[in-house]
Write a protein that binds this ligand. Sequence first.
Ligand SMILES: Cc1cc2nc3c(=O)[nH]c(=O)nc-3n(C[C@H](O)[C@H](O)[C@H](O)COP(=O)(O)OP(=O)(O)OC[C@H]3O[C@@H](n4cnc5c(N)ncnc54)[C@H](O)[C@@H]3O)c2cc1C
Length: 492
Amino acid sequence: MALPPGLTQSQFDDALAEFAEVVGAEWVFRQDEHLESYRDPFSPLRNTPAEALASAAVGPDSVEQVQQVLRIANDYGIPLWVISTGKNFGYGGPAGVVPGAVTLDMQRMNRIIEVNESQAYAVVEPGVSYFDLYRHIQERGLKLWIDNPEPGWGSVVGNTLERGTGYTPYGDHVETQCGLEVVLPNGELLRTGMGAVPNSETWHEYKWGFGPYVEGLFSQSSLGVVTRMGVWLMDEPPAYRAGQMTVARHEEIVELIDILKPLWRQRILTNYPNMRRVDFAGPSGWFNRLAFYGDRQVVERHWELVQDAYASLPGAELETTLYEAPYNPAEWDLNTKLLAGVPYMNAMYGIGHNVYFALVVPFRGAAIWDVIQTLDGIAQRYGRRFYGTPVHVHSPRGLLTTVSIRVDKNDPELNAQTIEMGREMVAESARRGWGVYRVAPAFSDIAAAAYGYNDNALMRFNEALKDLIDPNGILQPGKNGIWPANMREDRG
Ligand SMILES: Cc1cc2nc3c(=O)[nH]c(=O)nc-3n(C[C@H](O)[C@H](O)[C@H](O)COP(=O)(O)OP(=O)(O)OC[C@H]3O[C@@H](n4cnc5c(N)ncnc54)[C@H](O)[C@@H]3O)c2cc1C
């Protein structure tokens, strides 16, 4: 069994006994068979000394218990890695960065605190999955739609804190997050935005609060444990048209994106489009997900405008179907479900294990083509190929492209090459001006190094915050390349 860095077995036993007093002995896990579920099956570091094996896991059931767990971790200097549901696959799964950390598993806190139909928001604890929230709304017959990532396996809180993405008009999850409750590393409880006003009536209705916008400091961050989050929901539209378009040739991704840009900026298309290769195995054509929501006449007019725009691309084939309330999602295919925020599990997840990093690229077809050519050039030197993986619209001016690189837990040579090639790709992307949006732990230091403007001013700011808010460096050390002072020197 791994131990937290710098702790003796007897100190660790004492700490676990204190954790058990707080959360109950049955919610402290230290046996190998339990800890196996906190390993990342997608990690290229698996079965190497750098694999971040947890030394134990602790499952609190309340804010007070989280506060006490943090105080004990401070007393002993134990690093904690926080998960909500731990399904961050491709980007680290349930595993952290530092071997021997204790996993702070928030799944027991899985209450849906409120769903407000007239104000169209929900308030959830970290253990609430997209399936949970969807079912809750359906069982009550509320006229609200959620937005979920492609797999419904994860949590609203974990995905949103990672700045996750979905597919409906509410597909930018940070944009639709409103109001957090956070336990700081020293155990203090903080409410963001309007939540800092005692008896606030608008905690989950108005994002910006007063003074600096603090809420953003807790996403992709190691400055606090989020125990509650408000999330805006979409009103069920009276009409919904969903489908897809395809282009036959690999290079047509360029025109596909360039035609899409004005349609999306002008809000003619309002779902968050997602473009994928039709055939994962090679340099195939692409499909893009399309959907329209709202009044039937508006939906139909917008659909006409999209068809007109793509008429200039002869190979483009567009196909959508109109649905009107009351809806029956049980009859829908997976694409139609996804574009309406109906979570599902997909057989596609059996395609094998991959480690991810995702780049931010300008909303221009030529820019995506440049990324594909650049990364394919690197891949070919390793005897592999890169034909481009999902391209996701994440802002009116910026695209995300996820680069997934194959991992095999039984093939250490392949995994070592994956790490080397991935790091080279991240470094070359940085040189070209493409920063990383989200990354697996194997690439987090090199991804952070790319944000080095003015002698790493951003990193120095992040480190100053980390040292101030978490002086013992117990919370998620190494998350997004930010190391606490007591571990910084080892990183060089
Ligand atoms: C095939 C496939 C498809 C995918 N599709 C998508 C997609 O469409 N969109 C998308 O966004 N992702 C996608 N993912 C990535 C991932 O599966 C999801 O983002 C998933 O929702 C994240 O897992 P989670 O919600 O359980 O988060 P967790 O694993 O619980 O948390 C993620 C991270 O957030 C931090 N964190 C979590 N909870 C807290 C807390 N309470 N306080 C402080 N910090 C916390 C931790 O650093 C943690 O490591 C995909 C992955 C795969 C393999």
